[in-house]
Design a protein around this ligand. Structure first.
Ligand SMILES: Cc1ncc(COP(=O)(O)O)c(C=O)c1O
Length: 378
């Protein structure tokens, strides 16, 4: 009865285990929820003030489909200031969440028969967005011993005449991998040579550790900029997950196509949220830095503890707010008389026995891992 495309996708696995954790909580069970992908800090005061001012000024109507000019201007300045990339306003679109930006680009760029390269472990929504667009996700495995970073030789080997695009995400959810300028240059060289699009999801850009700098692949040279769509948003850096706001910047024709798609779907992002986001970009650097420092402190503690567990290895994430330990040694073993066959089994076991909720690595195409989030101080 349902359209075929629905059968090609699954409900986000992170939501599924989160729902089970919520259910246990509602039964009065005291559990530690390490599944969340949102900062446990309040949204900065300056953002809330700007939102209230917009509401008081009755800024509550439809806006331009691709975003209000003052927010687009603030995004343009941010991309210039923080990333050294020049975009014109018609190369920028604002959408209700970076997820919507990614979805719009998927609809605009991927077509039937196209292969879209996704380095794994990967964020859960990329493969299903590719499938919804009628294209094929092609997974390119990265390795823990290489910091979970896509290697240029593996990228080159995965490219065929059907390859249309590469989805890069750094800092990476779930691994925390961050690429250096040199590493990005090597990947960009392959993409330019093969003329494939790059979707660069930079939503964790502000959450970096160990003094590691951030480079956007689009900033490297004009050739790769022409092939890249940068995705970013407000959820992670400004603790604004519920506000639903993201943006994309890239070649005019792709941004125009995204705008066309958005005009028949959500239309503009929420009007007063767009006003508030201007304050986030212009006035909240200190709030972001305070959150970053706390996440770095938590990361150091968590990695130290995880590495002390017998037979667990854990690469040190250089960004984002997750740890991604390898728990392979605990699979195919019996606990309380029940065999744990895969990372789902281990995650449900931890939930049931220890009242600790984590996300199974299978959800990120990494069956030997678990993802725990640092978005709690418990
Ligand atoms: C890698 C990555 N990209 C995009 C998003 C979506 O962000 P938004 O809340 O702006 O839709 C997330 C959220 O978890 C994410 O982890």
């Amino acid at each position: 009865m349902l359209a075929d495309r629905v059968n090609r996708i699954t409900l986000s696995p992170t939501l599924r285990i989160g729902a089970r954790a919520l259910q246990m909580r509602s039964q009065g069970i005291d559990l530690v929820d390490l599944t969340v992908g949102e900062p446990d800090f309040p949204t900065p005061e300056a953002v809330k003030r700007a939102c209230k001012a917009a509401l008081d000024a009755n800024f509550t109507k439809y806006t331009a489909n691709d975003g209000i000019p003052d927010l687009k201007q603030a995004i343009k300045e941010k991309l210039q200031r923080d990333n050294g990339i020049e975009y014109s306003l018609d190369e920028i679109i604002v959408s209700p969440g970076a997820k919507t930006n990614l979805f719009n680009v998927a609809m605009a760029v991927y077509g039937a028969g196209d292969d879209i390269l996704i380095p794994t472990p990967c964020w859960v929504s990329y493969p299903d967005q590719v499938r919804l667009a009628g294209a094929n996700p092609v997974f390119v495995q990265t390795r823990e011993e290489e910091g979970f970073k896509l290697q240029p030789k593996d990228l080159a080997a995965a490219i065929t005449p059907n390859t249309k695009a590469l989805i890069l995400n750094y800092p990476c959810n779930p691994t925390g991998a961050v690429y250096s300028k040199d590493e990005l240059e090597a990947l960009a060289e392959v993409c330019v040579r093969e003329q494939i699009w790059v979707l660069s999801d930079e939503i964790y850009e502000k959450l970096l550790y160990d003094g590691v700098p951030f480079t956007s692949i689009a900033s490297l040279n004009p050739k790769i900029k022409k092939l890249t769509v940068v995705i970013n948003g407000f959820s992670k850096a400004f603790s604004m997950t519920g506000w639903r706001l993201g943006y994309a910047a890239g070649p005019k024709e792709i941004i125009a196509a995204c705008s066309k798609i958005q005009s028949h779907n959500t239309s503009n992002a929420v009007s007063f949220v767009q006003k508030a986001a201007v304050a986030a970009l212009r006035d909240c650097a200190m709030d972001v830095e305070r959150m970053r420092q706390e996440f770095e402190r938590r990361r150091n503690f968590v990695i130290y503890k995880l590495r002390a567990l017998p037979n667990v290895s854990c690469a040190s994430p250089q960004g984002a707010f997750y740890a991604f330990p390898n728990i392979e040694a605990y699979l195919d073993k019996e606990f309380s008389g029940a065999p744990l066959r895969n990372s789902y089994g281990l995650a449900y076991y931890l939930l049931k026995e220890a009242h600790v909720a984590v996300i199974p690595g299978d959800a990120f195409a990494a069956p030997e891992n678990l993802r725990r989030s640092d978005c709690t101080d418990s």
